[in-house]
Design a binder for this molecule. Structure first.
Ligand SMILES: [Zn+2]
Length: 374
């Protein structure tokens, strides 16, 4: 049976969108016999289970409403752990969960991550070991780990804009020393945050979004047609180093007048500097959004997700420059946790791909989460 059908069946049951074979047939558009064959295979492999239930109270189709017993499908709990690490410029966060998007442990500490990749990853690893210890988990049972870093990543290698000596050319998976069986996914925090927010969007009509984190610096990520788009050098969506007319602040990239410098100063400033930074972000977004033509702009980071005044300034300024285009603006639903959750979701996909023997080609399909992590 085709791997994509297997994944779709598992995904629909996992997301609670399909409870019966009939639901699956309707949602996938395959014949009932084709669906029955896939379900039978997945039951035989121990991935799905079937339970005879009287669905008369909840049933949606005719047979169910007549009160006939119906066979309900459930995902069989699968052993193993999934982990995520989010390294920001000033924090280290980790999450640990099971194979079904159930985060059971989360921790976050302040840390100057830019100084040394080795130190930051060692700290993250010990936090992860502590989390496993709290749940009697073994390192050997960690099936996949998602790692979010605050720099561009190409082929799992960190390639900062400008030079960051503690991180230039680092391959985080080499420093983590995890068992070979643990799949490690390393990506830029804005890309992972964009993905983390995308999987939370309930409206299936939303296919493309721009994510901008604003706080200690500016980061950006793109989801286009349901896929993260990183670009050739891992910097697509990064609007932080676009020059702002009239701004003379020195930027971490070595130049002056970047949006990143303006927003960083505002995050430690007063309400009027926050509004000015919001207007500058809105102006830049109005200039670049026609390239992407998104449904939605999600604003994250300390300013984007915690300061409604900032979101209003961004959207007002955007609409002044782009009155014709309808784009929704929203604060990040996951707040500061967007990159961590994006890393966790991506790691879960990897864990699923190996545990459920899905072919590599199917890994490009995205597993969308059903609910916010606890
Ligand atoms: Zn700059």
């Amino acid at each position: 049976m085709q791997s994509t059908t297997r994944r779709t069946v598992l995904e629909l049951v996992h997301r609670g969108r399909a409870r019966t074979r009939r639901d699956l047939s309707r949602l996938i558009g395959l014949s009932r016999s084709a669906v029955a064959q896939t379900v039978a295979e997945l039951v035989a492999e121990g991935l799905l289970s079937e339970h005879v239930t009287d669905l008369s109270e909840h049933g949606t189709d005719r047979e169910e409403r007549r009160g006939r017993p119906s066979t309900q499908l459930r995902l069989v709990p699968h052993p193993g752990w999934v982990g995520a690490i989010d390294l920001g410029h000033r924090h280290v966060a980790v999450a640990l969960g099971g194979m079904h998007h159930n985060v059971v442990d989360e921790a976050r500490v302040g840390w100057r991550v830019d100084r040394s990749a080795q130190e930051a990853l060692a700290l993250a690893q010990s936090m992860l070991a502590d989390a496993l210890g709290r749940h009697a988990g073994r390192r050997a049972d960690l099936r996949a780990l998602g790692v979010s870093v605050p720099f561009p990543v190409v082929d799992a290698t960190v390639q900062p804009i400008g030079s960051v000596p503690g991180w230039d050319g680092v391959r985080p998976s080499d420093l983590l020393g995890l068992p070979n069986a643990t799949a490690v996914i390393v990506d830029n925090s804005s890309d992972l945050a964009a993905w983390g927010e995308f999987v939370q969007v309930a409206d299936p009509g939303v296919r493309s979004l721009i994510y901008v984190s604003a706080g200690d610096g500016v980061g950006g990520g793109l989801v286009i047609n349901g896929q993260v788009f990183s670009g050739t050098h891992g910097i697509s969506g990064e609007i932080g180093h676009v020059p702002v007319p009239g701004c003379r602040l020195r930027c971490r990239c070595g130049r002056t007048g970047c949006l990143d410098a303006l927003v960083s100063a505002a995050s430690a400033g007063d309400a009027s500097s926050v509004r000015a930074a919001g207007r500058a972000v809105g102006t830049v977004l109005a200039q670049v959004s026609s390239f992407v033509d998104p449904d939605l702009v999600v604003l994250g980071g300390a300013l984007g997700s915690c300061d409604p005044g900032f979101v209003d300034s961004v959207s007002d300024s955007y609409r002044r420059h782009e009155p014709s285009r309808r784009v929704a603006f929203t604060a990040a639903r996951l707040g500061l946790r967007s990159p961590l959750w994006g890393a966790f979701d991506r790691a879960t996909q990897e864990a699923w791909a190996s545990a459920f023997q899905l072919s590599p080609a199917s890994r490009t399909r995205r597993l969308r989460a059903t609910a916010l992590p606890a």
